[in-house]
Design a protein around this ligand. Sequence first.
Ligand SMILES: C[S@@+](CC[C@H](N)C(=O)[O-])C[C@H]1O[C@@H](n2cnc3c(N)ncnc32)[C@H](O)[C@@H]1O
Length: 218
Amino acid sequence: MAHAPGPAASSPSEFWEERYTTHRRESGQVWSGEVNAAVAREVEGLTPDTALDLGCGEGGDALWLGAHGWTVTAVDISSTALGVARTRAEQLELDDRIDWIRADLASWNPTVEYDLVTAAFLHSPVELARETILRRAAAAVAPGGTLLVVGHGAFPPGSDHEHDADAPPLPTPDEVLDALELPDGWVVETRAMVDRRATGRDGAEATLTDAVVRVRRA
Ligand SMILES: C[S@@+](CC[C@H](N)C(=O)[O-])C[C@H]1O[C@@H](n2cnc3c(N)ncnc32)[C@H](O)[C@@H]1O
């Protein structure tokens, strides 16, 4: 049986391509395809305009944003994940609302500002300059716009790092805020650890904790 390359042996692009081609569920997707609960909850009250989704994966959030009136730019390093996302956008007749971009966020720079920038579970067992990417994300928020960062507050059961004592700790909402180094003029609207129930790939129910940060540029 072929084995997945160890994270240390993979570039981010190789690692995520492999993940998206070999870890599919019966649905043909790695993730559920649904919007992340924290994203839906935090975005619901905002007026739809332009949005940027960083590390969009198979597009669960971007498709939901598109369906809720946002014009979305969605970026990911995996062309396989983006292929799944594009197909779903066509099926849902949302393809004119979402621009899918294959890029490595380590070097990709937004060229315009967005009313909403989201980064949901932008975690990786291989190299990822998350703090730099999130600071760049904040810089891409238009005046009056929102940055939403949703991450794991604890390693999910069955994740690559669940039992890995050497894994770097997951940042708390306060640590995410510190890392953003926001200048004056930003309002912290959400900084919270939020529990939710979820069904894992094995069908088992578990309680997961999300670290949620929502900030608004004045
Ligand atoms: C844990 S998944 C989350 C996907 C999606 N946001 C979601 O919530 O379902 C992390 C995503 O980040 C992407 N990613 C990791 N490193 C990246 C990089 N350097 N540039 C762009 N995307 C990256 C991966 O391909 C993957 O789709």
